[in-house]
Design a protein around this ligand. Structure first.
Ligand SMILES: [Zn+2]
Length: 159
């Protein structure tokens, strides 16, 4: 059997390209107007509002490099996924740390807002509340207005 000679470098490049192609094919962007699209829009709006509200700095250490929107209670819990008292600007380090050591962020929250507020948030997070499409649409419209308000506020401060 005759085999063409492939260098390690070529093989690596080809396998990387294959992997990239596959990951691009696997990503199916939410279709406009679907429930998934509304959720994605809310995720984006929440992150923008939170980062602007918190001055694009980590609430725990003040770092301004690579700022994420960090959920105190996981974004998997729909009830508080877009709650602005469950999301704060976090540096990538603190956001990643939260996965393995959630107590640190929870203690920060309790120190800042009180343990009663933390318990109230906890109950809301695990309440099992879901949102209808209409509620999601309403929330998108509210958040768009809120973000616009923050932008105007910022530009007034800057001027
Ligand atoms: Zn931080």
């Amino acid at each position: 059997m005759k085999r063409s000679y492939i260098t390690r470098k070529t093989a690596l490049r080809r396998s990387t390209e294959r992997r990239l192609r596959r990951s691009v094919m696997r990503y199916n962007a939410p279709r406009v107007g679907t429930r998934r699209c509304l959720k994605a829009r809310l995720d984006s709006l929440t992150a923008q509002i939170v980062k602007m509200r918190d001055g694009h700095a980590c609430v725990q250490c003040g770092d301004t490099f690579l700022i994420d929107c960090g959920h105190v209670y996981s974004r998997r819990l729909i009830a508080t996924r877009w709650a602005l008292d469950n999301t704060f600007a976090q540096c990538r380090r603190h956001n990643t740390l939260h996965i393995s050591q959630p107590a640190i962020y929870l203690c920060w929250y309790a120190e800042r807002f009180g343990s009663e507020a933390l318990m109230a948030l906890h109950e809301r997070a695990y309440s099992g509340k879901t949102y209808s499409d209409e509620e999601l649409k309403q929330m998108v419209s509210d958040y768009e207005q809120r973000l616009e308000g923050l932008r105007v506020e910022r530009s007034c401060v800057a001027a």
